[in-house]
Design a protein around this ligand. Structure first.
Ligand code: ADP
Length: 360
């Protein structure tokens, strides 16, 4: 049928376009004329159309520019992280494989008693690989990955967060299987008392929970992953919807060694001995994965700085002029790059894990 309801409920006749059928698609959305939409928006809407060339029902009343934002900025067609890129976290990988990846790959088996939860919470200190896990899940399960930081909904999309959330879940349901990763989910679903809470952020939270209910009950292949460094801020409603809660701790000594080796080997800079690595690992107790990355970055500048100190000009510098990265480079880097998580904070995570975490 060519007759569509506009957002206001009027029937909108199709507008004939001389440039092929691009115009048709867009004129069906909100009843705007073609001229009101840019070419990139039109192209984006076309990509969201089903095989019948129609925009799916769920998306018809949503604003084109929000659909475009979701498609271009939030949707990641090629997340490009695999399990093997993530150091350690064997326990989390195993749980996630069973809970999330298998069900996404074999929905026919994982139903009834085996039907999986649709919400997963990854909590723990910052920079420990929570986002990497989200991306790897999408990669391993051949799912479309959507990434949004919850704080951007409240800061950047002031007053429009609700609409953007609807567009996000709408597009995800047209791109199944899909993984929606909500970073800093505490800022969206926090239990802070409603006194200081703005009306708009309360509405945003409600909208978000409604969308989650929506795909929770149905047979939709959408998984919501929330990540947070402040799990204690989540309220009971949020915890109930995020049925699996996995603690993503700081990397073990082996995982830290793996990160160092992996990063240096990628650039052909790895010359450290087993003893060297052991001593660096002993000195980096309490460093997160992202701290380790910064440490390796800083250490790998050592040989470069030294070569330049000897008077070689940067423009004439050859790779052979630089010595390999040494333990001493790491020792000086340790003065610059301090661990970003305190012991005190770790205690909070462990407590919360005991009380609310999933053990398997
Ligand atoms: P989070 O989401 O937990 O705050 P990220 O997943 O964004 O942390 O990690 C930030 C960066 O730190 C990654 O891009 C990666 O370079 C490094 N990193 C963190 N954890 C790991 C890990 N377990 N293995 C390998 N690299 C890691």
């Amino acid at each position: 049928g060519y007759l569509r309801r506009s957002a206001r409920g009027n029937f909108v006749p199709p507008i004939k376009s001389n440039e092929g059928n691009v115009g048709n698609v867009t004129s069906r959305v909100v009843g705007k004329s073609d001229d009101a939409l840019g070419d990139s928006t039109k192209r984006c809407l076309e990509l969201l159309c089903g095989p019948d060339g129609e925009l799916p029902e769920k998306l018809r009343n949503l604003e084109p520019r929000l659909l475009e934002h979701v498609s271009n900025e939030i949707m990641d067609k090629d997340p490009n992280v695999r399990w093997n890129d993530i150091a350690g976290l064997e326990h989390a990988k195993k749980c996630v494989t069973e809970m999330v990846i298998w069900p996404l790959l074999r929905p026919d088996i994982f139903k009834g008693c085996r039907s999986p939860g649709k919400g997963l919470l990854l909590f723990g200190p910052p920079g420990t690989g929570k986002t990497m896990i989200g991306k790897a899940i999408a990669g391993e399960a051949k799912a479309t990955f959507f990434y949004i930081s919850a704080s951007s909904l409240t800061s950047k999309w002031i007053g429009e967060g609700e609409k953007l959330v609807r567009a996000l879940f709408g597009v995800a349901s047209c791109r199944q299987p899909a993984v929606i990763f909500v970073d800093e989910i505490d800022s969206l679903l926090s239990q802070r008392k409603s006194e200081g809470e703005h009306e708009s952020s309360r509405r945003l939270k409600t909208q978000f929970l409604i969308e989650m209910e929506g795909f929770d009950s149905g047979s939709e292949q959408i998984l919501l992953i929330g990540a947070t460094n402040r799990p204690q801020e989540l309220d009971e409603a949020a915890r109930r919807r995020l049925t699996k809660r996995l603690y993503i701790p700081l990397p073990s000594s082996e995982a830290r060694a793996w990160i160092i080796r992996n990063l240096l080997e990628k650039d052909g800079l790895f010359k450290l001995s087993r003893e060297d690595i052991d001593s660096i690992c002993n000195l980096t107790e309490g460093y997160s994965g992202s701290d380790m990355k910064n440490l390796v970055k800083d250490a790998s500048m050592g040989p470069l700085r030294e070569a330049l100190k000897q008077g070689i000009e940067i423009t004439k510098l050859k790779k052979e002029d630089m010595r390999p990265v040494t333990v001493q480079d790491f020792e000086s880097a340790l003065q610059e790059v301090r661990p970003s998580v305190s012991l005190n904070e770790l205690g909070t995570y462990e407590e919360w894990n005991k009380q609310f975490g999933s053990l398997s």
